[in-house]
Write a protein that binds this ligand. Sequence first.
Ligand code: NMX
Ligand code: MLT
Length: 442
Amino acid sequence: MDPLKQQFYEKSQALAKEVKGLLKAHGDKKVDDVALDQLYGGMRDITSMIWEPSLLDAEEGIRFRGYSIPELREKLPRAPNGQEPLPEGLFWLMLVGDIPTQEQVKWLTEDWVRRANVPEHVFRAIDALPVETHPMTKFSVGIMAMQNTSVFAQHYTMGMKKSEYWDATYEDTMNLIARLPRLAAYIFRRLYHQGEQVLPDISLDWGGNFAHMLGFEDEGFREYMRLFLTIHADHEGGNGSAHTTHLVGSMLSDPYLSLSAGMNALSGPLHGLANQEVLRWILKMVDTLGTSKPSREQIADYVKSTLASGQVIPGYGHAVLRKPDPRFIAQRQFAEANTPDSDLVQIVWKIFDVVPPILSSLGKVKNPWPNVDAHSGSILLHYGLKEYNYYTVIFGVSRALGVLAAQCWSRALGMPLERPKSVTTAWVKEHLVKEYGVVAAH
Ligand code: NMX
Ligand code: MLT
């Protein structure tokens, strides 16, 4: 057994035993109540699932196995001469709960290199799509096209025991993560570089090699890629991409089927597509105002006109967070150190000054602060990655780390299929009368 799998096996066996005991002693204890608002309101804030890799606090932001983003930037192993964490280190942490050593991360990088070969038919599946098909659609199709190699699906057909699900899920997880940068880079080069591919450089780490295959050799860009791939990896289990992957996986659909479904959720403009929308919106503003150095007053007017036309301000607001997203702050710090003079970055900082008071003044927006997507496009564009329709694919490559680590845990803990209860409005009215004696209002 490989060293990471061995650790995962030992830790997950121990936790599965502990959970069994917890459920036996406390299985009937309440952890939450549900109000009618929540049934009609997107199930907001209902504590209803277990997700081991990370936990979100509305005020403080995300913690991965207890570590905040500033702590990860300090403690996780880095590339030689690098300043930013290696996403391999975060995956190790999310899977087994310990910060890995430099040697352990080196082993993981090399293991993913060994597993990185993408079957040729996957590229042909992408080629069969109209070239203008959105990159996220191609990404999802590419993941689906690899499904015929799923260890989980093959072993299940051969009669795999429930106690072995975790092992096959781990193998699929490792193979899939190893292959995603090559798949994603293929999509980018086919769409924007007339299909001229850049072959992998196996001396590089996972994120550095992804940047290289996209066609970027700048060390600053590689460092940003490592940071990007680390901070977008997980945001507890309730967000769209995580929850979708979890739900589909709970039917024992293998990791390829579940991740592809999760990527379809990420493709929505209220979720991961927001990073593309942010840059599209800013470039349109620059175009409309006729300047790449707009004043705060000009930006405020533009924000108000966007709101007046019934659209949201992309990159602002959050379903859970109630403070500026620490992932935004981490990117801001990166930009302050590496790209402070970029006009686009300067605009993002001015938008940060201008938008929160305007959104707050609407009186309905629960979180007026920037989320993770508010900053990324400006930095990617600074390094020359101007094709904003592609940005969500990079988010997707990163998100795979968290949702697949979680899927390993779901199978190791023997989680059943997810199947919540739904009711009708007629049921709600009857319930209100029966429980509270109230007649439903009109
Ligand atoms: N601009 C304008 N209006 C907003 C915004 C915004 N950025 N954020 C929330 N609102 C509105 C929202 O549309 C709703 O209006 P109405 O009652 O008329 O339907 C009202 O404020 C209350 O919404 P909230 O409860 O504050 O937000 P909710 O939890 O429903 O939605 C988002 C969260 C993230 C979907 C929402 O803030 C939004 O649409 N933001 C812009 C898109 C975005 O940046 N998404 C990326 C999220 C991060 N990610 O990567 O997934
Ligand atoms: C995410 O990273 O998934 C987003 O911030 C959305 C969320 O957490 O709801």
